[in-house]
Design a binder for this molecule. Structure first.
Ligand code: NAG
Ligand code: NAG
Ligand code: NAG
Ligand code: NAG
Ligand code: NAG
Ligand code: NAG
Ligand code: NAG
Ligand code: NAG
Ligand code: NAG
Ligand code: NAG
Ligand code: NAG
Ligand code: NAG
Length: 837
């Protein structure tokens, strides 16, 4: 036994030693004789003795008492080292590849105005910056991304051979150089391969030693997901930004994420990016109506006249087979790869993989485009996605510095060397306008974001008087096993206990569907197919999940559990299920008239009239209202859209598809934290930003449904002009101008009156409030919709005038006091559930 322990200790000792030798980082707190712990790492003061580096001249030390303005690195930025003559930090480092990061936090030091500071920095023989104006660069970056950052981190990749790193700061005449912190982080071999394909070279690989050449990191993005802080990127401490602000048309894409376990496609990949990067992605918008004949595009500002190294990170976590998602990669409008199948390249599903390219940005160009689009072969499986992206600038003749015209905020009189001398004034104007628009759009996004961050949401659903929670946990309503049902998603596999529907045999299902006869298919989707079935004379809808379904087992279980505890006239009832032989089959009541969407657009069905549309909205609102308030914690649907609102043979609307539903927040919480799921175009922006789910996210989606009902067009249509792509944005624009009528479905013309339509628009607008707390509850929405219907009917029957007068007190005041009509509690409709078999 003793021997065993000795051996174990020995092994551990060897192992840790090896780790130390491999991963020696240098983190320098410049201008300080104390070390600080910031972002989980220890930064050694450059005056601390024995710190493995030397300074050729001490320079002077600046200190700031305002550095707390930087939320993360405030403690580190309290001091800076300032040089009034050329001076170096000499680091003794082993040969190898390193990330070098320089931190700048400008403040006033003594007699020097930091705004007058201008300097060069050189790492061994590689020029990193020249005539560098930190203030100007921060201002430029903030303007580009509408942020208010007060500091700047520049990141480089350098190779070191033998003699260590000589980092030289060289101030311009009558100026000073400064630096607040320095990071030198070793990189394992294999992070950057030796061969890369050049865009336009037909996949031919060029041999390049990227590290020895020297690179600067321009962008590093976690595509389709939130920012990943450096502390989460274990050894390399890289920052992964969110990609949204670089998207050309964000609406043309949908964010997706996975909970499955992702692995690196090869051991060499493991430091390429943290796994979090691969857990989220952006894919092409799929709204079932629009063909995928567009690109997802990102646009980046870059320095002209350099080569760029572009690394795309991929992980196929949806498709189970090759040939299901094939796309084309364009870099700077040139095809970089076609017939690209991530599944094939990565060698399977849930495998992290990357692909590298190099492209030249010529003299007059200062943008880099990345676009993913359908392959011209136009296979049905054409769909593109991306998980992460990095863009590096390659040095040219030992130089990474670019003295940019961006430093002249005035308009660039002396920018002749990098500004295009464009013949066409028109082109400049057009570009100018689009850039301005982009900036405005980005700004608006950011303003919203900041406003949101400031305010916490407090969601308190009020139960109207007389409302009592109904029928919560299964048909027998037993409270003893209620606990087990509360959070079906967390109960690992034990959910079976709360299934209450009938269990069908596969044989019964096959009889009902004529062995899954294709002619009985009434719907298809990511999950699989829906068949019309006949069980002993009763029509049913049978949803059979694909073996490689996107809506996997978990969602199947969720749906069974949710539907087992919910019964309401306006929720589609589940009759039973079948999970024999790995099948995932759900049996529902049959909804004779299909989806609400099919009665609005995209089919040959006669359009619904205004009253029918209002009634459908009211029915769906009732169903959602019941979901939100009927159960103890309420239930959040999470995927409210017109294809999930079904109409029965008498056009009664019912809410369907609970595969994504979640129990609402517990009483002491205001939200449920969760990965973002749902359908793009309907997705609550606040939910996306904060990943916190409340009932108000459903209210937002329902607001989009309301606009869809009145405009009868897809919520995302990338083939339309840019401002019209997203229905929510477009309709809101018109609604805010109080001219929603301009975009009302022409088929409704003459069938509605101004007043109710106005009111309807106001409800939808309110639902789309940016912040959840400003949105009405589902109960309030329901009440107001009913009012609209009554108003409509009164006007139709000629009593409009008096009705309006009577009800004005309800109509004009806010959405604060809902009054639910008697009869809303009708709901347990147990009888119709039982099959008369
Ligand atoms: C360094 O520390 C000593 C005391 O430990 C202090 O007196 C001195 O002012 C410090 N120097 C700087 C530059 O902070
Ligand atoms: C300097 O390097 C030596 C050997 O690599 C190491 O043991 C020591 O901790 C380093 N000193 C500091 C202050 O990092
Ligand atoms: C910061 O320090 C300067 C002098 O070093 C002082 O005049 C100023 O009042 C200080 N500001 C704050 C907010 O403490
Ligand atoms: C640089 O700074 C040091 C110390 O602050 C000072 O003694 C020296 O005169 C300065 N040199 C120049 C060229 O300004
Ligand atoms: C430097 O310039 C920026 C922007 O022009 C300004 O906000 C800041 O106050 C200036 N700082 C000093 C110390 O003059
Ligand atoms: C640096 O940029 C700032 C802001 O654009 C400007 O006010 C300042 O004059 C510039 N400094 C130098 C030395 O060019
Ligand atoms: C710093 O390093 C450079 C190049 O490695 C060398 O030429 C120089 O002498 C070193 N300076 C000091 C003070 O060690
Ligand atoms: C990993 O990298 C090493 C050296 O770069 C190479 O020899 C090896 O083949 C790579 N392994 C895989 C699985 O790619
Ligand atoms: C971190 O270092 C360990 C030990 O060398 C290595 O196994 C792991 O892959 C590294 N992770 C990253 C993200 O670089
Ligand atoms: C996608 O982008 C490429 C490069 O800009 C362009 O050639 C192609 O026509 C675009 N495809 C579509 C469908 O817009
Ligand atoms: C590349 O494609 C984008 C988006 O389609 C377009 O805005 C841009 O003008 C194109 N660039 C060139 C050089 O054609
Ligand atoms: C930047 O903006 C955010 C949000 O408005 C605010 O909380 C923060 O204090 C600002 N930072 C600075 C340095 O102004």
């Amino acid at each position: 036994m003793k021997l065993y322990w000795v051996l174990l200790l020995f092994v551990i000792a060897c192992w840790t030693r090896r780790g130390e030798a491999q991963l020696k980082q240098l983190l320098v707190n410049c201008g300080s004789n104390s070390s600080v712990n910031v972002d989980g790492r220890k930064w050694v003061g450059d005056l601390v003795p024995g710190n493995n580096f030397t300074l050729t001249s001490a320079g002077s030390i600046g200190s700031s008492n305002s550095s707390d303005r930087d939320p993360l690195y405030g403690a580190l930025y309290k001091t800076a080292r300032i040089f009034n003559t050329t001076s170096s930090y000499n680091f003794s480092l082993d040969s190898g590849s390193y990330y070098l990061r320089l931190h700048f936090y400008p403040f006033s030091f003594g007699n020097f105005n930091v705004n007058e500071s201008s300097f060069d920095v050189t790492a061994n023989n590689l020029k990193l910056v020249s005539k560098f104006n930190v203030t100007a660069e921060i201002l430029w970056k903030n303007a580009k991304s509408n942020s208010n950052s007060t500091s700047l981190v520049k990141e480089y990749l350098v190779g070191i051979k033998g003699k260590g790193l000589d980092l030289e700061f060289s101030p311009d005449a009558r100026s000073v150089a400064f630096v607040n912190a320095i990071e030198v982080i070793p990189i394992l071999d294999g992070l950057f391969a030796d061969t890369v394909s050049k865009v336009g070279s037909n996949g031919e690989k060029n041999s390049l030693n990227l590290i020895d050449q020297g690179m600067e990191t321009m962008y590093r993005l976690n595509v389709g997901g939130p920012k990943i802080e450096s502390s989460k990127d274990s050894n390399l401490s890289r920052n992964w930004e969110s990609d949204e602000k670089f998207m050309y048309v964000a609406d043309a894409s949908t964010m997706i994420s996975t909970d499955s376990k992702i692995t690196y496609s090869s051991i060499n990949e493991s430091s390429v990016a943290p796994l979090e990067v691969y857990e989220t992605a952006r894919t092409m918008t799929n709204n079932e109506v629009v063909e995928k004949k567009f690109n997802i595009s990102w646009r980046f500002d870059v320095d002209p006249n350099f080569d760029y190294f572009i690394r795309l990170h991929f992980c196929e976590f949806v498709c189970e087979k090759a040939n299901q998602r094939i796309f084309r990669i364009y870099i700077n409008n040139k095809t970089a790869a076609d017939n690209y199948d991530v599944f094939v390249h990565a060698g399977g599903k849930d495998k992290a993989y990357h692909e590298d390219f190099i492209d030249v940005i010529p003299q007059q160009i200062d943008t880099l485009w990345l676009q993913l689009g359908p392959d011209s072969n136009g296979a049905p499986g054409s769909d593109a996605f991306l998980n992460g992206l990095e863009i590096f600038k390659l040095s040219k003749n030992g130089n990474l510095a670019h003295v940019l015209s961006r430093f002249d905020t005035g308009g660039g009189a002396n920018a002749s060397d990098s500004k295009p001398k464009n013949k066409s004034l028109l082109a400049i104007i057009v570009i100018g306008i689009s850039v301005t628009l982009t900036v405005i759009v980005i700004s608006l996004g950011f303003i919203c974001l900041y406003v949101h961050r400031k305010k916490a949401i407090h969601v308190k659903e009020q139960h109207p008087p007389g409302w009592r929670p109904l029928f919560l946990h299964g048909l027998n309503g037993s409270t003893t096993n209620a606990r087990a049902c509360k959070s079906p998603l967390n109960a690992n596999g034990s959910v079976a206990t709360v299934r209450t529907g009938k269990m069908f045999t596969l044989a019964e299902i096959k009889t009902a569907t004529n062995s899954f006869d294709e002619s009985l298919v009434i719907g298809t989707g990511g999950f699989g197919k829906v068949y019309k079935g006949d069980i002993c004379g009763d029509l049913v809808a049978i949803k059979r999940a694909h073996p490689n379904s996107q809506q996997g087992l978990k969602e199947f279980e969720t749906e069974i559990v949710m539907l087992s505890k919910l019964r309401h006239r306006h929720l589609v009832s589940m009759i039973g299920y079948c999970d024999e032989q790995n099948e995932m089959i759900l049996v529902y009541e049959y909804m004779g008239n299909g989806t609400l969407r099919s009665h609005l657009y995209g089919s040959d069905l006669p359009p619904l009239n205004w009253k029918q549309r209002l009634e459908a909205c009211i029915g769906a609102a009732r169903g959602l209202y019941y979901l939100h308030t009927g159960a103890e914690r309420g239930i959040i649907h999470r995927d409210v859209k017109t294809t999930n609102i079904l109409l029965d043979e008498s056009f009664v609307a019912k809410v369907a598809d609970f595969g994504l539903s979640k129990d609402g927040p517990a009483l002491d919480q205001t939200h449920v934290s969760t990965a973002v799921k749902g359908s793009f175009g309907y997705l609550d922006p606040e939910y996306f930003r904060r990943q916190q789910l409340t009932q108000k996210s459903d209210v937002y989606s329902f607001g989009v449904v309301l606009f869809e009902v009145v405009c009868a067009r897809p919520v995302i249509n990338p083939t339309l002009p840019r401002d019209q792509i997203n229905l929510a944005e477009w309709a809101l624009q018109w609604q805010k101008k109080r001219s929603l009528e301009a975009i009302v479905d022409p088929k409704l013309q003459g069938g509605y009156s101004v007043e109710p339509m106005k009111k309807f628009g106001e409800i939808a607008e309110k639902c789309l409030s940016d912040e959840g707390k400003d949105r009405p509850t589902m109960g309030e929405v329901l009440w107001h919709l009913e009012y609209v219907l009554q108003l409509h009917e009164a006007i139709q029957s000629g009593e409009g005038e008096s009705f309006t007068m009577n009800e004005l007190r309800y109509a004009d005041n806010s959405f604060s006091m809902p009054r639910i009509k008697e009869g809303d509690e009708e709901s347990i409709d147990g009888k119709s559930l039982e099959l008369r078999s």
